[in-house]
Write a protein that binds this ligand. Structure first.
Ligand code: GCO
Ligand code: MG
Length: 405
């Protein structure tokens, strides 16, 4: 087309937590947004975009989405990786935003139209003990959630992944000028999880979908044992049971348990999934649009996943910005092999910078009918929240050995 990219700017803002947003403008006056937030490494993506991508975007055809994706992916020479693929994702999503706006349609219509009535979401429940967790689950049920991720401190260790300390105003793992160091003990953890499921099943019954995130911390055989120990509680999934770059690990886990497995939030390309799809060793793809090369990148992964009836479970923590979440929702609505959408709720401050067209009610999202993504960024408000360093924790075993967090 003869519509050109006229400008490419990166907005780093911290309304509640750090976000990196790419703002593309066309010479016919449209504004497209892309999320480029990589939690704890935000400035690397901002530099990749500002210093290496923006200069070669100016003047390019704003409607040539596939060509731009391939130009940035193959042209970088150094392929893949979270920083590169988040930068490519931001460009991709901004271009899809622009194309849908130019068509006067909400993005999901450009991606194939509505494939379901609404987008089912799961919320995050946590507690420092089982009573606190039970109250946290109940609060989500009152919001209409039918699926809940459940995380609890390991007895005798405290804290733990996914558990906010009282008064923290919600769970935001990245913080501080240096990483917080968090203790973990695989044995105590594996022995404590069945009691969590037992309490929740006895309290809420068999219908409630209970998800649990192991967060990369077990060896394959420990993960196999955990899965076996939970069979009777029918978890909806166990997530990231073992560091997923060792894709063969899940083949071993699969041999021992029928508990569905979800992984991929730390992945950034289809190549990270190829063996998992070939082995049929996962049931849900966890990548976000932001971290897996955008709509173009994640759609490719999910279309391959569909061959093995593997479903989407797009990553939706607070470190995916409202721009990234909106992109996920448009894709969620159009995909056939949709599974579920993660919804860890942004704090109110975030919406002083981002105005969104999506909505959530009674456990379900709608992406909204605004043209494009349906999100706008208030640049002046963004300036009120300067970037501040925030690091994800480092895990250590009780003997001090660095472990997977
Ligand atoms: C999830 C993820 C997050 C990550 C966070 C890292 O399932 O939502 O595991 O909780 O820890 O996105 O930045
Ligand atoms: Mg996770």
């Amino acid at each position: 087309s003869d519509v050109k990219i006229a400008s490419a700017d990166v907005v780093i803002s911290s309304p509640g937590r750090n976000f990196v947003t790419l703002v593309l403008k066309t010479d016919d006056g449209l504004v497209g947004l892309g999320d480029a937030t990589v939690n704890g490494r935000e400035l690397a993506v901002a530099s990749y975009l500002r210093d290496h991508v923006a200069p070669i975007l100016i003047g390019r055809d704003a409607h040539a989405i596939e060509d731009t994706w391939q130009y940035l992916y193959r042209g970088a020479y150094w392929r893949r990786g979270p920083i590169t693929m988040a930068a490519i994702a931001a460009v991709d999503v901004a271009l899809w935003d622009l194309k849908a706006q130019a068509a006067g349609l909400p993005l999901y219509q450009i991606l194939g139209g509505r494939s379901r009535n609404a987008i089912r979401a799961y919320g995050h429940a946590y507690g420092t003990d089982l009573d606190e967790l039970t109250d946290s689950v109940r609060a989500l049920l009152e919001q209409g959630f039918g699926a809940v991720r459940v995380q609890v401190s390991t007895p005798g260790i405290g804290g733990g992944y996914g558990v906010a300390e009282a008064g923290d105003g919600g769970y935001e793992p990245a913080r501080g000028q240096r990483p917080v160091e968090e203790p973990f003990d695989p044995g105590r953890y594996v022995r404590s999880v069945p009691a969590m499921f037992d309490k929740l099943r006895n309290t809420f019954g068999p219908e409630l979908d209970l998800l649990h995130d192991v967060h990369h911390r077990l060896t394959p055989i420990q993960a196999a044992r955990l899965g076996k120990s939970l069979e009777g509680y029918a978890p909806y999934w166990l997530e990231d049971v073992s560091p997923a770059e060792n894709q063969a690990a899940l083949r071993l886990v699969r041999q021992h348990t029928t508990v569905p497995l979800a992984t991929g939030e730390t992945f950034n390309s289809v190549f990270d999934y190829l063996q998992l799809f070939a082995d049929q060793s996962i049931d849900y793809v966890r990548s976000s649009v932001t971290h897996a090369g955008g709509i173009t990148g994640l759609r490719r992964i999910l279309d391959m996943a569909a061959v093995g009836q593997v479903k989407s479970a797009i990553h939706g923590p607070t470190d995916v910005s409202p721009v990234g979440l909106a992109a996920a929702l448009h894709l969620d609505l159009a995909l056939h092999n949709f599974g579920i959408q993660e919804f860890m709720q942004h704090v109110d401050l975030t919406f002083e910078v981002f105005d969104v067209g999506y909505s959530f009610a009674n456990g379900y999202f709608q992406p909204g009918e605004r043209p494009g993504l349906g999100v706008s960024l208030d640049a002046r408000a963004a300036e009120r929240f300067p970037y501040r360093a925030a690091y994800l924790p480092v895990g250590r075993l009780l003997d001090g050995t660095v472990h997977d967090w």
